[in-house]
Write a protein that binds this ligand. Structure first.
Ligand code: HEM
Length: 339
């Protein structure tokens, strides 16, 4: 079924509005968003109807309750202490709708907080403390370096090596994922925001930090044998089961930056030991029984922030908005799907 929900429309409107914010920060986008999405397709293949990244996914609904500590950091209505409905999407990294669940790849947790008076807060979090590039230009060049050679249908090892040698920081993300076990569940892994954001309180003071969603029930990985036995498609049913049992919740925690900390780079975590504040808890209430649901046509554009939250100067942040909109446009015209 062709679904273009009110939410998707609202997203398009907000995207348009948020372009003003991006403009204010960057003068203009560094790269043509169509060229960016073309490069995703050239590198990873084109999967009709799917998101060009984080393709294989599932919608869920949740509820967030903020803490008094969060209220002292930000005036955002997300932290009022009253339950806030949240559209949730879990996904497996990559553009492939058939990506295997039992590999050491990225998992994603995307959220849309539906706040009072039509305000929204969107974010896409990943199961690693760092992203795979520092700037849009570096990310684009990374993707290009991995584009399969038409003759071999595989990336050219010489090109990959040359790029990696010149940009060793792009290996931080894949190295982290390779060092971790396959997550036992979408509900049993940490998800990092990786960007810095500022939280502004009633006194007008802005505290920057980086956030993590940490499973209340703890992190749990699979041994290689367990992962093999689970097969390529276990994450959706596992999530449905855990949510039915009322067992899925995440603490939304913020690591507070100190003066001098680098907060404008998605490849540089804050130094170890920074104070961590619990902003609240996200509880999962239901999971879609199929590939549809409220998340299907949402872009989770991280430039959609509520009053009381501001973006850092991380150049990747404003650069995400337009390619997400282009990807949405392509998948809508093809017929959106995520499974
Ligand atoms: C310029 C840099 C980036 C580009 C061009 C880019 C591109 C994309 C595109 C095209 C999509 C699919 C959007 C859709 O169809 O709705 C996507 C999804 C996603 N991206 Fe990025 N991305 C960038 C940076 C990042 C960073 C830094 C993160 C780290 C947090 C990230 C995390 C995600 C996640 C979690 C999703 C899936 C969200 C969902 O469930 O819909 N991306 N990205």
């Amino acid at each position: 079924m062709y679904r273009f929900s009110n939410t998707a429309y609202a997203v398009a409107v907000v995207l348009f509005a948020s372009a003003t914010t991006a403009h204010a920060q960057t003068d203009k986008l560094p790269l043509d968003p169509n060229a960016f999405v073309n490069q995703f397709e050239a590198t990873f293949g084109k999967f009709e109807g799917a998101r060009r990244s984080g393709a294989k996914g599932i919608c869920a609904m949740g509820e967030f309750v903020g803490t008094a500590d969060a209220r002292s950091l930000s005036v955002s209505s997300a932290f009022s202490g009253k339950p806030v409905p949240v559209v949730v999407r879990f996904s497996v990294g990559g553009a492939n709708l058939k990506a295997p669940d039992n590999s050491r790849t990225q998992r994603n947790l995307a959220l849309q907080f539906d706040l009072p008076n039509g305000e929204q807060w969107m974010m896409g979090n990943i199961s690693a403390p760092v992203f795979g590039a520092a700037t849009p230009e570096q990310f684009f060049a990374l993707l290009a370096s991995r584009q399969p050679d038409p003759a071999t249908k595989a990336p050219d090892p010489a090109k990959v090596k040359a790029f990696n040698d010149a940009n060793p920081e792009v290996l931080l993300l894949p190295k982290y994922l390779a060092s971790q076990p396959v997550p036992a569940s979408f509900a049993s892994v940490n998800y990092w925001g990786v960007h810095g954001f500022g939280f502004t309180n009633a006194a007008g003071v802005t505290q920057f930090g980086k956030w993590i969603f940490e499973p209340v029930a703890g992190v749990q990985g699979l041994s290689d044998e367990e992962a093999k036995a689970k097969g390529a498609n276990f994450l959706f049913d596992d999530l449905r089961q855990r949510v039915k049992e009322g067992k899925v919740a995440f603490n939304f925690n913020l690591e507070l930056a100190q003066p001098g900390d680098k907060i404008d780079s998605a490849i540089t975590p804050l130094p170890e030991g920074r104070k961590k504040v619990n902003l609240g808890q996200l509880k999962l209430l239901s999971v879609s029984e199929d590939g549809g649901g409220a998340c299907l046509n949402v872009t989770f554009n991280p430039m959609v922030m509520p009053k009381g939250v501001v973006a850092s100067a991380d150049p990747l942040l404003p650069a995400r908005a337009a390619p997400y909109a282009v990807s949405l446009g392509r998948r809508l015209t093809e017929g959106s799907k995520q499974q």
